[in-house]
Design a protein around this ligand. Structure first.
Ligand SMILES: C[S@@+](CC[C@H](N)C(=O)[O-])C[C@H]1O[C@@H](n2cnc3c(N)ncnc32)[C@H](O)[C@@H]1O
Length: 253
């Protein structure tokens, strides 16, 4: 029998690895969100972070005087978020189902719309979240997010490895055409005293067509720009970011 374990998605080990080794995108997204909010005159109010992870963005927003509500499906991520950003409100829910309170901004950073952790994730479910985000935002409010697109199939290396003093992570990216999916097999070796503990997770991601999404965003009443970096920090290859504003639609009549 093998002596390593598979765990829930973003269990304890991988949550710590994400937090200590992959914080750069969330930090850069937070900086972009703060400057966009300030440029729009939105200096206070609630920001909702769907797929908040370990609270990296929450901490930065709180430090600028914003209130933050975060939602995530990982208990381990939420524990990290709670200790980093105790002034925020965190909820253990699926972002596909959760209620979104009235907000000046909503963000979803780090391919959160792509994960198939919630098996109900499909085009219709994504459509419903976009609709709820739009309803929750005040006019002029900001929706900042990124997605993994089908280009991830060409651009993501088939195998990657990452190493620090305390852990090593090996990632194998496997693609399937029908349905259009990317499977990430992640094996992590985490230092535990003089030994290393091995933890495996497998993540399935539904790849999202950015043009179809852009069309849907326009239909809903968003104006937006698409980009491939949060300020100086590039998004992973094959990902696209959206910075959207809720348009002021005149009442009929
Ligand atoms: C790559 S991490 C990004 C975390 C954080 N946004 C950041 O940038 O540091 C993806 C996060 O999305 C969360 N997630 C994925 N699908 C979810 C769902 N359906 N509902 C809630 N959280 C979800 C995962 O638990 C994980 O914390």
């Amino acid at each position: 029998m093998s002596n390593y374990k598979t765990s829930e998605q973003y269990g304890h080990a991988l949550s710590h690895i994400h937090d200590s080794g992959f914080a750069g995108v969330a930090e850069a997204a937070a900086d972009m969100l703060i400057s966009t909010l300030k440029a729009s005159g939105l200096t206070h109010g609630r920001v909702t972070d769907l797929g908040c992870g370990s609270g990296i963005l929450a901490r930065k927003l709180l430090d600028q005087g914003y209130a933050v509500e975060g939602v995530d499906q990982s208990v381990a991520m939420l524990a990290l978020a709670q200790s980093r950003a105790p002034e925020a409100v965190f909820r253990h829910e699926s972002l596909l189902e959760c209620e979104i309170a009235p907000s000046i901004a909503v963000c979803t950073i780090g391919e959160c719309f792509n994960y198939l952790f919630d098996r109900n994730n499909d085009e219709a479910a994504l459509d419903r979240v976009l609709h709820r985000v739009h309803q929750s935002l005040e006019v002029g409010g900001i929706f900042l997010f990124d997605i993994a697109t089908p280009d991830r199939i060409i651009k993501a290396p088939p195998k990657q490895f990452f190493q620090t003093q305390n852990w090593t992570t090996l990632v194998e990216n496997i693609h399937s055409e029908t349905p259009l999916m990317m499977t990430r097999k992640i094996s992590s070796f985490v230092r535990a005293g003089e030994y290393y503990e091995r933890v495996d997770e497998t993540h399935h991601l539904r790849l999202i067509n950015p043009n179809m999404l852009a069309h849907r965003m326009t239909t809903l009443g968003f104006e937006f720009e698409m980009f491939d970096c949060y300020g100086p920090t590039p998004l992973p290859a094959g990902c696209i970011g959206f910075c959207a504003y809720k348009r002021n639609i005149p009442e009929p009549g």
